[in-house]
Design a binder for this molecule. Structure first.
Ligand SMILES: Nc1ncnc2c1ncn2[C@@H]1O[C@H](COP(=O)(O)OP(=O)(O)OP(=O)(O)O)[C@@H](O)[C@H]1O
Length: 747
């Protein structure tokens, strides 16, 4: 199309010749009037004349008449407003290009107020998000920490379609660049990681940076969704896309239809964050979902979500989706895959510095971290690190030195610790009294409190419910003051009926812990109920499921198969059961449960664990390999090892070691973390013979190498490549391997 130069032509003339286009395309007269008036091109009377007309077209005609009458400068400013407020006059942008409009410097210097509903809405979203994302809300209200002062960029790795590492991403600002794209047609950036690796916090950081205008400047709208809210919708719910965007996020104050139209027209200006895809447990019947979706017709929210992710709705918008490792996300929708691997040694040092401002305490914690690799490997998972630091800070503040230097710390230990911290906070007694109370006394005194939180957690798990409304909270017997302790945090839930406050456990893993605690300390829970989640964790091989966008969204309830394959939150319940019913916890637990019941539960768990371990090991694929008998263990093996390690029971460890029945154990690509090496080591340590171990392509880092120390005396082959191991880990490896000199292959 020919570009006219606007210089030789008069602006008045130009408006006259384009009158028809201008009348049909200008929808926002308010913005024009306000700017023309502010810069004295229009008077109050002019505005009143325009406002007498009822339809937008008539108003525009009147504005054009007045502009033409007022001459060249007014016409030039008028066109300049159309050019500068692109959100309001986007349909006129091709016309402006065609006429090659460029305002004179004098006109360019004049201000233009952008009060367009689209811009106002974008600003409102930013303002709300900036307030909401400022604090990390894992804490009881008074202790909220500022995100910017606590956030540390953990390890973020680009992963290809065959799950190989393609290098690290430099930071969240590079999330949408071309590096690491595995599917040009996919629109979803998929971020995954184990429980507590920091997915939610990363999303919060992204939101905060956008809201502050530091990242993603081409994004005008950021709609955030926590996937767990999709479980709250009834089966027959049908809502429109605009309702999902506005009512469940933030409503535009002006002309929502115009804002929605803009969103449909410019989907590339929209960013969605969907956090916790694995937390959707919808009963919605997936077979009835239509293939196509219209932005105007109401559908079930789960269908809208699926169509947004697949690009059937708002094609071109950006999507960031998070889920726990192992969630099934269809390849065709995924643009990039990013795995969160938690804190590296340097990240951990940085976080320690941010957390402990007092140099003395900081020094002590670093000393503990260096002395106890079990403690530091747990700390490479941000959630566990926070819990440990939080507990450390608390005990330090009450002069009760908790020494982590040489003890073996299990996950159950750290969750018991955080319970102790919050229960101590609940007593309004001065800290002097608190110091005198032991863990045992704290738990004894807090039994009813633990039971009430446990009952709530259990009730939620039973219904796949992670958010509790006010009615549920009221019907639980948790006193109001205990709601503020820190176990629960408040969440704003948006709905068609308006916003309301609900509650959730500060982390899903804590809900799992409380469920396990409830099953153990509730007198009425029998062994069938206690072991229910072991049975529920039996799922069919995921590969057999059709990988459609929707097939991943609904709970698969009746599948059977490997006992260590499951939903993480259920697997964590089993893990905590193993920890709570272990021998080292006996002294604590016998004060909370009658001895006979505790004995019965311990026996039942032990039997179940023996059965599950045998069944799992029997099902592992085996094959001869280079003269070895090789067993190919999968991610579920790691869960088995975690459960066994949590029991600290040598007998179960021995049973598992015997049941492996192979001298070559392949654990590559199993998403094992450094603390998992402690669990692997706990099992393999019971091996009597020498063996080969493949642990490459995991996330074990230097701490993991240290956790493997008990195994090195029996290792003839070890593969550890692609594992974030630095010189420090290599040094340990060298020392160990040269000590025994039995290694034949190191890779
Ligand atoms: N990058 C980080 N910097 C500092 N602290 C972090 C970071 N990531 C996580 N944390 C801490 O760990 C806690 C848990 O993190 P988060 O809820 O983001 O984990 P998650 O991966 O979403 O877990 P889940 O999959 O179980 O939902 C946070 O509340 C915060 O205290």
């Amino acid at each position: 199309m020919e570009v006219q130069s606007c210089k030789p032509q008069s602006y008045v003339q130009l408006i006259k010749t384009s009158r028809e286009d201008l009348v049909s395309q200008i929808k926002n007269t308010k913005c024009l009037l306000e700017n023309l008036k502010q810069n004295d091109y229009f008077s109050m009377e002019d505005e009143e004349i325009v406002m007498q007309f009822t339809t937008t077209s008539d108003k525009v005609r009147q504005i054009l008449d007045l502009v033409e009458c007022k001459g060249e400068k007014t016409a030039e400013y008028f066109i300049s407003v159309l050019q500068r407020v692109t959100e309001a006059y986007y349909s006129l942008q091709p016309w402006l290009k065609r006429i090659g409009f460029q305002a004179t410097e004098q006109i360019q210097r004049l201000p233009v107020i952008n009060n367009d509903p689209v811009t106002l809405y974008s600003r409102k979203l930013k303002h709300e998000l900036c307030c909401d994302s400022k604090y990390i809300k894992s804490y009881s209200h008074k202790e909220e920490m500022i995100l910017q002062e606590t956030y540390v960029d953990g390890i973020m790795e680009l992963i290809n379609t065959t799950n190989e590492n393609m290098g690290r991403i430099e930071g969240l600002h590079t999330l949408f660049d071309e590096k690491g794209v595995i599917n040009e047609l996919g629109e979803t950036i998929y971020i995954f990681g184990d429980a507590g690796m920091g997915k939610t916090l990363l999303i919060q950081k992204m939101q905060h940076m956008w809201a502050k205008g530091e990242y993603y400047s081409n994004i005008k709208f950021l709609f955030r969704f926590r996937c767990r809210i999709f479980s709250l919708f009834k089966m027959n719910t049908a809502i429109s896309l605009s309702d999902l965007l506005f009512k469940y996020n933030c409503n535009p104050d002006q002309e929502p239809e115009e804002v929605y139209k803009y969103i449909l027209h410019f989907p590339e200006t929209v960013l969605f964050t969907f956090d916790g895809f694995d937390e959707i447990h919808s009963d919605f019947d997936l077979t009835s979902v239509p293939e196509v979706s219209s932005p105007d017709s109401p559908s079930h929210p789960v269908v809208l979500l699926s169509h947004l992710l697949s690009g059937k709705l708002l094609k071109g918008s950006k999507k960031v989706l998070t889920a726990r490792t192992g969630s099934q996300i269809p390849k065709n929708i995924t643009r990039k895959k990013i795995m969160l691997r938690g804190f590296s040694t340097n990240n951990l040092m940085e976080y320690t510095g941010l957390f402990f401002k007092d140099p003395e305490i900081h020094k002590q914690v670093i000393k503990h971290l260096q002395a106890n690799h079990n403690f530091s490997s747990l700390c490479s998972i941000p959630l566990f690190c926070w819990i440990i630091f939080k507990s450390y800070e608390h005990f330090h503040s009450i002069n009760d030195s908790h020494d982590f230097s040489n003890s073996s710390v299990t996950l159950t230990d750290i969750f018991l610790l955080i319970c102790e911290v919050y229960m101590n906070l609940s007593s309004n007694t001065p800290s002097l009294t608190v110091t005198t109370r032991s863990q045992l006394e704290t738990f004894k005194k807090g039994k009813n409190m633990l039971l009430s939180f446990g009952r709530l957690a259990h009730q939620g798990i039973e219904k796949s419910m992670f958010i509790f409304d006010n009615d549920t909270i009221e019907s639980s017997d948790i006193p109001e003051k205990n709601l503020k302790l820190g176990f629960l945090r408040t969440v704003k839930v948006c709905s068609e009926l308006g916003d309301h406050t609900s509650f959730e456990f500060f982390h899903l893993t804590l809900q799992s812990f409380f469920t396990a605690l409830f099953l153990v300390i509730d007198d009425k829970t029998d062994s069938a109920e206690l072991l229910k989640y072991f049975r529920e964790c039996t799922y069919e091989d995921n590969k057999k499921l059709v990988p459609s966008t929707l097939s991943c969204l609904c709970a698969r309830k009746s599948n059977k198969g490997d006992p260590f394959k499951n939903n993480d939150h259920l697997q964590f319940i089993n893990l905590f059961l193993c920890g709570l019913l272990s021998k080292p916890k006996h002294d604590l637990l016998k004060n909370l449960v009658p001895s006979s019941i505790l004995k019965m539960k311990r026996k039942a768990l032990k039997q179940q664990l023996f059965k599950s371990v045998k069944l799992h090991l029997k099902g592992l694929p085996r094959s001869p390999f280079l003269g070895y008998s090789r067993v190919h263990a999968l991610i579920d093996f790691i869960w088995m090892a975690r459960c066994i390690c949590e029991t600290q029971n040598e007998k179960v460890g021995k049973l598992a070691a015997r049941g492996i029945c192979a001298d070559y154990i392949k654990l590559s690509f199993c998403e094992a973390s450094s603390s998992d090496c402690g669990a692997i080591s706990f099992v393999l340590n019971h091996y009597h013979k020498t063996f080969a171990l493949e642990l490459d392509n995991n996330n074990i880092n230097d701490y993991g190498v240290k956790e493997l120390i008990p195994c090195f005396c029996k290792l003839t082959v070890i593969r550890l490549s692609v594992n974030q191991i630095t010189d420090e880990g290599v040094k340990v490896l060298c020392e160990e391997l040269t000590k025994y000199k039995i290694i034949t292959f190191l890779g």
